[in-house]
Design a protein around this ligand. Structure first.
Ligand SMILES: Nc1ncnc2c1ncn2[C@@H]1O[C@H](COP(=O)(O)OP(=O)(O)OP(=O)(O)O)[C@@H](O)[C@H]1O
Ligand SMILES: [Mg+2]
Length: 355
């Protein structure tokens, strides 16, 4: 067993999630303490400004790395853990470009600097090797989902609703299929922010008070992405908001919430067999309106991952802890079924801490 800290800065740009995981990088996984640190408005604006890879990328990458070091040091301090107890950090960084079709994916963050700032070895650059080999480079949490779900009845679907949403389907013989289903929270967040009503549709209250614009919803769902056979993955802003739709803030929230949920339903058509259960993780499961629509449109029961004892806000961070441990053991991080890579693929890069 090793001890790792996983760090995730998701496409929602809401902040950094950190989680300690004890694992053998295979079937044994045990969760340790966790910590979330929200970004302030300045950091969010800086990240938004460099999406796509333009502007002051290096300066923002440096700030982002330092913010991650702060989270690590705080997590350790609060829980009275010394750095010698941690074998490795899994540092995802922040995605500013994801275009697997041109073999390009870019997560900013400096693993060597993080190793120096924390005194702990850091694995970073998780997606490059997969994409270079022709994979989607995403989703990467699937192998961790598989380890967590070892004892659960199959087929099972684990749905992560972050900025983008992705599913891991695990079949009766533990075969896996994983892909991005479509938009997650990002269009809802962007709409609410554009309307000057905060950072998110908290608990889905706006959507619950709105009416779905079925014409626009149909147009959004006509996107060719939904018929593409997986593997497939998305960048944060692949689904642009319709321009000047003339919605009230509530109707927009309701329509975009329905869009995210219907995209998951469309993804269900690509699954080899309907899941006996949909387990939902990521911030979107806090959106009650979204969870209600998901329950209506999906084949099979829907529940937050807490139903089976997992931590829905830290699963992605835990996954990168798990993958960092797998990196140390030379185990694959992705499979043909999870990213479409031609063969099981190792990945990540180790930045040793030089004392
Ligand atoms: N109480 C809530 N009500 C509604 N939405 C919420 C609530 N809490 C969180 N969210 C949504 O969840 C988002 C954050 O989710 P999460 O951190 O899982 O996504 P992420 O950072 O994009 O991660 P990743 O890309 O790794 O999946 C917020 O931007 C918001 O849209
Ligand atoms: Mg997040």
């Amino acid at each position: 067993m090793r001890t790792a800290i996983g760090l995730m800065s998701g496409t929602s740009m809401d902040g950094i999630d950190a989680a300690i995981l004890y694992s053998d990088g295979r079937s044994r996984v045990e969760q340790g303490p966790s910590l979330a640190m929200p970004y302030d408005d300045g950091m969010k604006a800086r990240l938004r400004a460099i999406l796509g890879g333009q502007g002051e990328v290096a300066a923002v990458a440096d700030m982002l790395t330092r913010a991650h070091a702060t989270v690590v040091n705080r997590l350790l301090m609060i829980n009275n853990i010394t750095i010698d107890k941690i074998n490795v950090i899994g540092f995802h960084g922040h995605t500013i470009i994801h275009q697997p079709e041109v073999r390009r994916t870019w997560q900013i963050g400096d693993g060597a600097l993080l190793a120096a700032l924390t005194g702990i070895a850091v694995v970073d650059d998780f997606r490059t090797a997969d994409v270079a080999a022709g994979g989607q480079g995403a989703p990467l949490a699937s192998l961790y989902h598989g380890a967590l779900a070892a004892a659960l009845p199959k087929p099972l679907a684990i749905l992560n609703i972050g900025g983008v949403a992705n599913v891991t389907w695990i079949g009766p013989d533990d075969q896996m299929l994983a892909f991005d289903t479509g938009p997650g929270n990002a269009p809802i967040d962007d709409w609410v922010r554009q309307c000057g009503r905060g950072e998110m549709d908290r608990d889905g209250q706006l959507a619950a008070a709105g009416k779905v614009d079925h014409d626009v919803l149909a147009a959004l769902l006509a996107n060719a992405y939904f018929d593409l056979v997986p593997p497939k993955s998305l960048d944060r802003d692949d689904f642009a908001l319709p321009s000047a739709p003339g919605w009230s803030v509530e109707d927009g929230a309701a329509t975009l919430t329905a869009f995210t949920a219907q995209a998951v339903a469309r993804a269900g058509r690509h699954l080899p067999e309907a899941p006996r259960q949909w387990l939902v993780c990521g911030g979107g499961r806090h959106n009650a309106a979204l969870m209600t629509v998901l329950a209506e449109v999906l084949d099979g029961p829907v529940a937050p991952v807490e139903m089976v004892g997992w931590r829905g806000d830290f699963l992605e961070a835990e996954a990168f802890a798990y993958l960092a441990i797998r990196h140390l053991d030379g185990l694959p991080l992705s499979l043909p079924g999870t990213t479409g890579v031609p063969h099981p693929m190792a990945g990540g890069r180790l930045n040793r801490h030089l004392a």
